[in-house]
Design a protein around this ligand. Structure first.
Ligand SMILES: [Zn+2]
Length: 217
């Protein structure tokens, strides 16, 4: 590091020893994580951060479904989805003609997908499926309420189209249909609850988008 001294060398950085890549070929680089995997990792870290800042202090082991719901509500402040209150003239209006003062929240599809990822991450981090707070019944009920509330407020019929596709992955999405899933499964240890639902949520968020774009001119 002798940047300031000596006026001889011109400061064009052609000969600068920039980032020497060494030890090439000794070990193959790991494959880059998929978008889902990296998103899951980020979500998990966000949640751990949330636990750390929680008052009173909260550990993962003591985390319940109620805490998960609290976390979801906390995330609403970062949401970008307008959810009209009942007093708003645009309540139930899919395409309001003018802005209003209603709060922005996390869209149901985002929350649903998030829970799917966190639920999988919990078990990948040695959490036991039967104590998985992200699979708690209260969380499922909360998500269903959010879905129904947002469907009304935004004028989006989430439930109108029943898509008859892979019945395995649907269990996490349509909570009302397959109620018995995670509550009863706890008996036999290694059920793959975490894997199935995890892949589906990204689908649902896109389907809700396609429902919206119906602009009849
Ligand atoms: Zn509004």
């Amino acid at each position: 590091m002798e940047s300031g001294s000596g006026g001889a060398a011109p400061s064009s950085g052609s000969t600068a020893p920039a980032t020497t890549l060494q030890a090439e070929g000794s070990s193959p680089p790991p494959p880059p994580p998929s978008r889902y995997e990296s998103q899951k990792c980020r979500d998990w870290n966000t949640f751990l951060q949330y636990l750390q800042n929680h008052k009173p202090p909260l550990t993962l082991a003591r985390c319940s479904g109620a805490h998960v719901i609290e976390f979801l509500k906390y995330l609403d402040q970062f949401g970008k989805t307008k959810v009209h209150i009942t007093g708003c003239p645009y309540f139930g209006h899919p395409n309001p003609p003018a802005p209003c003062a209603c709060p922005l929240k996390q869209a149901w599809g985002s929350l649903d997908a998030l829970i799917g990822r966190l639920r999988a991450a919990y078990e990948e981090n040695r959490g036991r499926p039967e104590s998985n707070p992200f699979g708690a019944k209260a969380v499922r009920i909360y998500l269903r309420e959010v879905r129904e509330g947002q469907a009304k407020a935004r004028g989006i019929p989430y439930q109108k189209k029943k898509r008859k596709r892979s019945t395995v992955t649907v269990s996490a999405v349509s909570t009302s249909g397959a109620v018995s899933t995670s509550g009863a499964v706890s008996a036999d240890g290694d059920s793959t609850i975490g894997v199935g639902p995890a892949s589906s949520p990204s689908l649902t968020s896109t389907t809700s988008m396609t429902n919206v774009t119906k602009t009849t001119v």
